[in-house]
Every structure is written in structure tokens, then in C-alpha cells.
Design a protein around this ligand. Structure first.
Ligand code: CO
Length: 211
């Protein structure tokens, strides 16, 4: 374990020299500022490294990760990231990326008591409750789990659309596309759910804000 830990710092030194070999000004350029076109909201799962799976380098993706890629509207951390990404960085795309085999989503399908995390998982259980008819009708457990992962992503896309931050951007004509993706940890491929929001038309009326 100690060896692995030390290796991380060694890897860093190697990474720096590789970058500098290709471009001596690499870090100088990056240090001047960031203007990433994408905000990534993904799962904290170690198997879904945001930049790596989409071939994006430093400076290209603004990242927020939590258990099961949730957009919880009272989460100050998520809201602050979203506000900064939309209003200061002016990202063009917000991607919610879930993944098949998500432990958080799986836990939400059971009655297991894990600990503090139960309170976070409850937000995912709410998604199940909204869609229980479709989900309960799926006999195969793996298929039901996969569909729950997809539906959860879709609900988080809608939850982004419900925020005053995203709706205000749309209202003033700022182009912000909110996408829903699911990454497959079995083959590394991303499934674009094609649930992209560009305005608040897809939201139930009660969520539309007069801005
Ligand atoms: Co996960």
C-alpha cells in the first residue's frame, strides 16, 4: 500500500516531464486561466474518471462528482459549481453521466441500512418512487437496475433544468445544453440517452420560473 502511495507522486513527476517534453509552455499556458466548454456531473465511482473516458485534457472539463451523480437542489456544493460553471465560465454543455453498475443506485433498490449515506441514497429512492410502475414491471433484476440508472440520469437532467441558474441562462438567451449519458463499466462505452434539454419546455409547468 505504501508502495502504491509513493508511486502516485512518482507518476506525477513523470507526467510533468512528458507534458513539458511535448510543450515547454504547457503549464504556463494553463496557469493563465480556464475556459472549459463542459460541466461534468458524474459519479464518485473510481471506475468512471471524467476526463479520461472522454479524452479531455486539463482545462477542458469543469467537474463535480458525488455518489450516483445527483443534482440535489439543496446541495450548496453542487449549486455553487453549477452557478460558477454557467455564470462565470459560461459552459455550453452540462453532462450528467451515470454508469451501469452504480453502487449508489443499487443501494437505493434495497432496504439495506448502511449509515449516514442512507440520507443521500433517499434522493435516489425518490426517483424510484416516481417511476415505480415502469421499474417494478421489469422482471429481470439486472435489467431493472440498468433502467433505474438511466432513469436516474434523466431525472438529474430535469433537476438541472428546474434550477433558477439554468432557467435564467436560457431566459437571457445563453446557450446551455443539458445532456444525459450513461457510461458502461463493462465495455467503456458511453450511451447518450438523447434527453438533451435546451429550454424549460420539457419541465412540468409547476417548475417553470417567471424570469
Ligand atoms: Co456510481
Amino acid at each position: 500500500m505504501e508502495k502504491f502511495y509513493k508511486q502516485l507522486l512518482e507518476n506525477n513527476r513523470k507526467w510533468v516531464s512528458t507534458k513539458l517534453e511535448k510543450d515547454p509552455d504547457y503549464f504556463k499556458k494553463l496557469s493563465t486561466g480556464q475556459k472549459p466548454p463542459v460541466l461534468w456531473i458524474g459519479c464518485a465511482d473510481s471506475r468512471v474518471p471524467a476526463n479520461e473516458i472522454i479524452g479531455a485534457g486539463p482545462g477542458e472539463v469543469f467537474v463535480h462528482r458525488n455518489i450516483a451523480n445527483m443534482v440535489v437542489h439543496s446541495d450548496m456544493n453542487m449549486l455553487s459549481v453549477l452557478d460558477y460553471a454557467v455564470n462565470v465560465l459560461q459552459v455550453k454543455h452540462i453532462i450528467v453521466c451515470g454508469h451501469y453498475g452504480c453502487g449508489g443506485v443499487q443501494a437505493a433498490m434495497t432496504n439495506k441500512h448502511i449509515g449516514l449515506i442512507d440520507n443521500w441514497i433517499r434522493h435516489i429512492k425518490d426517483v424510484y418512487r416516481f417511476h415505480h410502475e415502469e421499474l417494478d414491471a421489469i422482471q429481470d433484476e439486472t435489467q431493472r437496475f440498468n433502467r433505474f440508472v438511466e432513469i436516474n440520469v434523466f431525472e438529474q437532467v430535469l433537476d438541472l433544468g428546474k434550477t433558477s441558474i439554468v432557467q435564467s441562462a436560457w431566459e437571457r438567451g445563453q446557450e446551455v445544453h443539458v445532456h444525459g449519458w450513461v457510461y458502461d463499466i463493462h465495455d467503456g462505452l458511453i450511451n447518450d440517452m438523447k434527453v438533451t434539454l435546451k429550454d424549460n419546455d420539457s419541465l412540468s409547468d409547476v417548475y417553470k420560473l417567471d424570469l
